[in-house]
Design a protein around this ligand. Sequence first.
Ligand SMILES: NC(=O)c1ccc[n+]([C@@H]2O[C@H](COP(=O)([O-])OP(=O)(O)OC[C@H]3O[C@@H](n4cnc5c(N)ncnc54)[C@H](O)[C@@H]3O)[C@@H](O)[C@H]2O)c1
Length: 406
Amino acid sequence: MAVASFKLQFSYIKSQSNFRPALSKYCSRSGRIKCAATTPRKSYNITLLPGDGIGPEVISVAKNVLNLAGSLEGIEFSFNEMPVGGAALDLIGVPLPEETLTVAKQSDAVLLGAIGGYKWDKNEKHLKPETGLLQLREGLGVFANLRPATVLPQLVESSTLKKEVAEGVDLMVVRELTGGIYFGKPRGFDTNEKGQEIGYNTEVYSAFEIDRIARVAFEIARKRNGKLCSVDKANVLEASMLWRKIITALASEFPDVELSHMYVDNAAMQLVRNPKQFDTIVTNNIFGDILSDEASMITGSIGMLPSASLGSSGPGLFEPIHGSAPDIAGQDKANPLATMLSAAMLLKYGLGEENAATRIEMAVLDTLDRGFRTGDIHSFGHKLVGCKEIGEEVMKSVDSGAGYTN
Ligand SMILES: NC(=O)c1ccc[n+]([C@@H]2O[C@H](COP(=O)([O-])OP(=O)(O)OC[C@H]3O[C@@H](n4cnc5c(N)ncnc54)[C@H](O)[C@@H]3O)[C@@H](O)[C@H]2O)c1
């Protein structure tokens, strides 16, 4: 099949490009660039946070692809590589060094690999790599996490679901990222009245937090197929009752979007029963964490899924949804396509550089079309390659402009 026929598969990205004006940073940045008619080249500062496990492997490959796609569009990047997660713990003793956050905040966009690993699993909470990631998201103020899950025709056989169920799935999970139970207080360990040890957390959302994530989700749904499903647990949790109330009230501002509500347990079931019923899903931090991982399996591999985390100002954070995969780290087995597609989201959502983003998206499709597969998406009749080799193949596709028409 020709690459061009797969362009539609990235409709979620294309169709949402109009979403950017809702976020002031993109308007001002792209406006500034367009006005700089005397400047022959555009340049951006990108913070690279390779992190742990397969993070450095996938970031190294994605960086090359980003550079090449950018250079073909007259864009220059300067990269600042900074430690985060376990790498930062080993180097500096904290999972998010101040300098890393400062550099990240001052850059135009942040590209993260992954954090975590067995080595730090037994650390105290404030010294866990995962704490660094939460601090980074909080520090950058990125409250809206966009996680697309699209089943590409080339990979439909890799899905764990039957072909007829998986084929054509194209959904977006909009996850609230800086509130809810991961941040709520009080939290901690204590002893109950029976003298038993307890651990506790707080699921808390303000009306403001719900309203702002809901607005992002309505805007996205509006630019997609106009269907928004809000996922909560309003039959049990007060925070979810407020969630449902605020989102229901907001619906009148978006009459062109069909809003529905679903309990999270049903949503988890429906995602594997009939995922095509979903277009855009909006949900809280913890439900979004779980449901987006579930959605990722429909697409064939967690190694294929990018994400973007956006705030109302400052740089966005772009990262694959997978973790540091310590089981395959250092073996050149990682699939770097999710990180490359995250780099494409960085170009599109973070910098407003749509053409360079499309170059990467089309090159990824072309590489799959030419039969190259890493182990996680490999099936009979395709060429099994490692992280570096698939990176080189994507570079060839970017270089040749395969499937890219502008
Ligand atoms: N955003 C992040 O950085 C992030 C997200 C999730 C987990 N983690 C951390 O990562 C570590 C491992 O967590 P986990 O095992 O639950 O999840 P994981 O995503 O790292 O791995 C789950 C499975 O998917 C495979 N996998 C993941 N990414 C892949 C890729 N790009 N190519 C091929 N296979 C891939 C792994 O080999 C593993 O079998 C933990 O320390 C966890 O806290 C970090």
